[in-house]
Design a protein around this ligand. Structure first.
Ligand code: SF4
Length: 367
């Protein structure tokens, strides 16, 4: 931990503002810490202006510079394959048709709406499913755009949940956050606010700020959805951030994306799920990697995901087993993908395959 930054005083290291101001954004800066491979140098050059790079010192410090396949490195440093026309021709910018008439608003399911509050991220994750917004520059929604969203919300009584997303929604100013949270709370039919944030992973220092925690607690019930992809991301600092949220009554759930070369093996995934439970984060989803232009090279086949899910079952309690799911194209919604444990049925007799591979008969008589 802090391998490249041992000289930085503790107060600075624990400051979110310092982490953001000190982000590594150029090839020259990055080369001070890591010997870049050719495909990375080319990647940084070729993705400039399209899929920019930014890495917090904290996230960079998790990289083992001697390992070219380090899972943090692969998530944070651009590679030339991101702009390889032949490979990326298979992906789309917005396969789920998120963009609609109101800027930032997606209303796919009747009971919930998603609003992207900013295009800023602490780190630009190379596999991001909203990679298209990287090109917008680092811009938070204006008050007018937020008001337009709030007007829409007021008129939709079927909406019970608002998901604030991004970019990184908790990067906007406290004033803006206070404004949108308090206005949402004035709308009687909205019961839950969910915040989708990767800051516990990329800059957990954000949650060392008691004013932010006060603000979140005041607008309860707020749920946090975060995005750990690899056991290396579970650190003392990320655990501290989670603990602080939990102590304020803010539950933290996780969604992982299945990523080739990063977490697509059963042992890594088991270690990740165990680590999440240890820091009291509930693993809710394992998402199949979406067909996103610029990130298509991270995809595995579906059999790989099923194999991982089968490995988890029987090795970790149900609390640690996420739902493996994929997002259907065209905004048609998420569907779970599961192994078939029921292999035969005849009248009241069912035959199941156990997690250990046995065939087991099960009878159900309904009276
Ligand atoms: S923090 Fe989230 S929105 Fe931002 S780049 Fe990473 S995955 Fe995408």
């Amino acid at each position: 931990m802090r391998s490249f930054f041992a000289h930085i005083p503790k107060e600075l290291w624990r400051s979110y503002q310092w982490q953001i101001q000190s982000r590594i954004k150029t090839k020259e800066e990055l080369k001070r810490f890591i010997n870049l491979r050719k495909e990375e140098e080319e990647g940084i050059d070729k993705t400039a202006g399209k899929y920019p790079m930014a890495i917090t010192p904290y996230y960079l410090s998790l990289i083992d510079p001697k390992d070219p396949k380090d899972p943090i490195r692969l998530q944070a440093i651009p590679r030339a394959v991101e702009v390889d026309e032949e490979i990326q021709a298979h992906g789309e910018e917005d396969p789920f048709r998120e963009e609609g008439e109101i800027p930032g608003l997606t209303h796919r399911y009747p009971d919930r709406v998603l609003f992207t509050l900013t295009s800023f991220c602490a780190v630009y994750c190379r596999h991001c499913m909203r990679k298209r917004i990287f090109q917008e520059g680092e811009r938070a929604r204006t008050k007018e755009e937020i008001d337009q969203f709030l007007d829409y919300l007021r008129g939709r009584e079927e909406v019970r949940e608002v998901i604030l997303s991004g970019g990184e929604p908790l990067s906007v100013s406290k004033e803006k956050l206070q404004y949108i949270l308090s206005k949402i709370r004035e709308i009687p039919h909205v019961e839950i606010i969910r915040i989708a944030t990767r800051l516990p992973v990329l800059a957990p220092q954000r949650f060392f700020d008691e004013d932010l925690l006060d603000l979140l607690e005041k607008h309860s019930p707020i749920w946090i959805n975060t995005h750990f992809n690899h056991p290396k991301e579970i650190t003392q600092e990320s655990a501290e951030a989670i603990e602080k949220l939990l102590r304020r009554g803010i539950p933290v759930n996780n969604q992982t994306v299945l990523l080739k070369g990063i977490n697509d093996n059963p042992e890594t995934m088991l270690e990740l799920m165990r680590g999440l439970l240890r820091i009291k984060v509930r693993p809710v989803y394992l998402f199949h990697c979406d067909p996103i232009k610029g990130a298509i090279h991270f995809r595995t086949n579906i059999e790989k995901g099923i194999q991982i899910m089968e490995y988890l079952r029987g090795r970790i309690g149900g609390m640690g087993i996420p739902i493996y799911a994929l997002d259907l194209p065209g905004g048609k919604g998420k569907v779970p993908i599961s192994s078939n444990y029921l292999i035969h049925q005849e009248g009241s007799k069912y035959i199941f395959r156990s997690p250990f591979g046995d065939k087991v008969e099960y009878y159900v008589e309904v009276f």
